[in-house]
Design a protein. Structure first.
Length: 219
């Protein structure tokens, strides 16, 4: 499994050092870049989702939009699911292989304590909620999940179950993009920009709100 994980980590380094991080912020630019891959574009989508899971600050919804635009709803969701599953599997395995010292380097101490206590009390159901609800550090949570005694296949099912609705919506929006009018595009872009600004300004408050919702649901 490390033979899969190490090339993925190298891919992250190449993207950052090569100045390609802008691709993850612009769906149109990402679509154009992936289109040049030809028949290898599905592999590109899958690989980018792997990188996105391992490098949490990269927004995965941009990749999902591009996937839906290029391949339609069904195939776009499938490729995004495969990439997300592979990235999650690598994160679980890296955490289980290298243990808590690795995870402590990746997660803030307070967040790791919260994940530890909830995982111990509520097990797999907690991770399903974590992957399902927005505004939570679900990618980083994959590393914390790898520290639990929960079998990796069960964690993988939880990750896919929780993330599938979001992956489907991203692919649906991407597939619907060509049919949008200029006015509709303006509304979508304005709403997306407003949400992005709100999240940047109030990230901790929004994340705290999402955490409180999870705590209420698992009581």
């Amino acid at each position: 499994m490390l033979l899969v994980g190490l090339p993925s980590i190298l891919g992250v380094m190449i993207i950052l050092n090569g100045g390609y991080l802008a691709l993850f912020r612009d769906p149109a630019l990402l679509r154009e870049w992936l289109a040049t891959w030809g028949r290898w574009a599905p592999i590109g989508i899958i690989a980018l989702h792997v990188v996105q899971v391992l490098l949490a600050p990269i927004p995965g919804n941009v990749i999902g939009l591009a996937s839906g635009y290029l391949f339609g709803i069904a195939r776009g969701t499938l490729y995004s699911s495969l990439g997300t599953a592979l990235g999650s599997l690598i994160a679980f395995t890296l955490a289980r292989t290298y243990g808590r010292p690795l995870v402590e380097r990746l997660l803030p101490a307070q967040m790791l304590r919260w994940l530890d206590t909830r995982a111990e009390r509520h097990g797999l159901f907690f991770f399903v909620l974590l992957f399902l609800l927005p505004f939570l550090p679900d990618d980083l949570a994959c590393f914390a999940a790898g520290l639990t005694p929960i079998p990796i296949p069960a964690l993988l099912v939880a990750a896919l179950t929780g993330r599938l609705p979001g992956l489907f919506v991203s692919s649906w929006l991407g597939a619907s993009a060509p049919a949008l009018s200029p006015t509709q595009w303006t509304v979508v872009i304005a709403a997306s920009a407003a949400l992005a600004v709100l999240f940047l300004l109030y990230e901790q408050q929004i994340e705290g709100w999402a955490i409180r919702i999870v705590d209420r649901l698992i009581r």
